[in-house]
Design a protein around this ligand. Structure first.
Ligand code: ZN
Length: 306
């Protein structure tokens, strides 16, 4: 798919400079602070700070190098604002936190991702995913001992048993299932009223992407799928997924719902899908901007899957 890398978080331009991770450069470093998973953003995008002046301490990870300057992300979650609303940590957190010594505000990436440049979106996603992994994987999965950050944040090592642990990425298939002029969409329990999206699910151990697509669609909607092809992927740091967009050809149209997984599933014609995007469909709302589901549906409608 030629436009694959135009998806949100899909830029792929960050020079990660993995060969420098054993001893990353610190001179002229730029630092992106994140507070409880929320990057420091201004109206223009990421608020990069001179590494020497960030007034809050915290663990740092080396993101890469740009224009000769090393880039780091620092977890400043230890900062305690006067007021922390209940929305912090929730699925959608509209609140922003302003630190008196820092420019900009800590803002939820999900709310701001479509307003960032591809470069900033990629860096913020990388920083959020990596720092989130450290925050939730502090102990050795083999022996239970507390582990230490290594390789400038790209590993954790266990001082007791010597195990090395690597940042986790969970593959998720998300599929554009079509038949003739229609596409299969569904909605999960608990979603806001009217929102429909493409079906998706985690890839299981021992499974190919193709098999995962066929299994998920059969399990959730009772629809049998034939040929499956890859379209595009999207890093999705909520907290650590890689969305793998695939296309599958349905062998039939009859839907049998798994009520645990889905509230509803239905076929939408091209004409109906156009109405959904135009906001004129009577009872279907589109997937959220920035999500690969919306990107793939839009590309299908525009005949841009090539
Ligand atoms: Zn261990």
């Amino acid at each position: 798919m030629r436009i694959a890398e135009t998806v949100t978080f899909g830029a792929g331009r960050l020079q990660r400079a993995a060969h420098l991770r054993a001893e990353p450069p610190v001179e002229d470093a730029l630092v992106l602070p994140l507070w409880r998973g929320k990057p420091l953003l201004s109206e223009e995008g990421i608020s990069w700070l001179d590494g020497a002046i960030v007034p809050v301490e915290g663990p740092e990870v080396f993101l890469g190098v740009e224009d000769g300057r090393p880039l780091y992300a620092r977890d400043v979650s230890g900062w305690e604002p006067d007021d922390v609303p209940d929305s912090v940590g929730a699925f959608l957190d509209p609140s922003e936190q302003v630190h008196p010594g820092l420019p900009g505000a800590f803002a939820e990436l999900r709310a701001r991702m479509t307003r960032l440049t591809p470069r900033d979106a990629e860096m913020a996603a990388t920083a959020k995913a990596l720092l989130g992994w450290h925050a939730t994987h502090r102990f050795c999965a083999r022996c239970g001992e507390r582990t230490d950050m290594a390789e400038a944040g790209w590993q954790r090592r266990c001082p007791a048993c010597g195990a090395r642990h690597f940042p986790r990425t969970d593959p998720v298939v998300i599929m554009l299932i079509t038949q003739d002029n229609s596409v299969l969409v569904g909605r999960s329990p608990g979603w806001p009223d009217g929102i429909y999206s493409l079906l998706a699910g985690f890839v299981e151990p021992g499974e190919t992407l193709e098999a995962a697509v066929r299994r998920e669609v059969l399990e959730e909607a009772g629809v049998s799928v034939g040929e499956v092809t890859y379209l595009a992927s999207q890093p999705w740091p909520f907290p650590s997924s890689l969305m793998i967009g695939c296309r599958g050809e349905a062998r039939g149209r009859e839907i049998t719902l798994d009520p645990v997984e889905l509230d509803d599933a239905r076929w939408l014609s091209r004409e109906e899908t156009a109405d959904v995007f135009a906001g004129t469909h009577p009872d279907v709302l589109p997937a959220r901007p920035g999500a690969i589901a919306r990107f793939l549906l839009h590309a299908w409608l525009a005949d841009r899957l090539d």
